[in-house]
Design a protein around this ligand. Sequence first.
Ligand SMILES: NC(=O)c1ccc[n+]([C@@H]2O[C@H](COP(=O)([O-])OP(=O)(O)OC[C@H]3O[C@@H](n4cnc5c(N)ncnc54)[C@H](OP(=O)(O)O)[C@@H]3O)[C@@H](O)[C@H]2O)c1
Length: 311
Amino acid sequence: MKKRLDQQRRRVLQGLSLIGLGSLAPLGLFADTNSAITRPIPKSGEQLPAIGMGSWLTFAVGDDPRAIATRVKVLEAFFEMGGRLIDSSPMYGSSEEVIGECLARIKPGKKLFSATKVWTTGWQQGVRQMKRSQEKWGIEGFDLMQIHNLLDWETHIETLKAWKAEGRIRYIGITTSHGRRHDELVEIMQNEAALDFVQFTYNIEDREAEQRLLPVARERKLAVIINRPFQRGGLFDTTLGKPLPPWAKEIDCQNWAQFFLKFVISHPAVTCAIPATSRVDHMRENMAALQGRLPDAAMRKQMIAWYRKVS
Ligand SMILES: NC(=O)c1ccc[n+]([C@@H]2O[C@H](COP(=O)([O-])OP(=O)(O)OC[C@H]3O[C@@H](n4cnc5c(N)ncnc54)[C@H](OP(=O)(O)O)[C@@H]3O)[C@@H](O)[C@H]2O)c1
């Protein structure tokens, strides 16, 4: 049955191409979750879709029913278009509660790859906070627990090793978004064998991670989550009203969001980018970057040059 549906879908897409409407597919109107771009988690080989979702500010909407109803739609679009990894933190106000409320309504089951953070000092406080996050999300355990901004990481990493051994979490990670913490992060990446994931900032404007973080992550076989892929939305301000290059269609980009995301996920050390959005139309644009062709090294250089020219 599934095979027949896949064949029918392929025929529809081929038909659209023949009549010149094939470009609707990358727009996400006919998203094929089977052909979504995935990347392996280096230490396990498990495949993850190369685009996930962040939740800083965008999901911190408290108990406003209308705002929550919109977030349910945002997350429905995310899962429908092949998304899995949701990133949050106890630092993000009511985001974890709102994610929990959305998950209870959507019931994504095994589609969900849950990732949150521990952001406090002290062993006991860390354990308490992580258990509280589990309750907020309404799940039994997290796929990935990350130490937020390196805070008291020597303490938390011991707890996380024990939790992983007990099967309470599946992967251990650590995050930052500050260039000034890069030296310390590199040292941790090089010396802490228990790490599975690392998260930091990388986008077409802020490319500092290319110097050391990305090469070290590759060498140490760490999965890489990229935060701020849109530089907190700043990339859209810079390119407002500016045209995409004519060759953007060669990498199936219909808009700037896809241009920026494909730039990030085409770096060979990147596992997944986590753009945040509060809007269904933006989610659809972002998730459509999981389809179609990616730039090669030469085109990545062209993308940087074009961005510099228009910004
Ligand atoms: N240290 C850490 O651990 C750390 C630090 C920073 C971030 N993070 C994580 O990384 C995630 C992403 O970073 P971020 O939220 O700072 O910034 P971001 O994802 O780079 O940018 C988010 C902004 O982009 C806008 N946007 C999204 N899609 C768009 C589209 N298609 N067209 C136009 N605008 C669009 C959003 O506005 P709309 O709502 O209007 O779409 C929002 O204002 C965070 O949410 C968080 O989960 C972690």
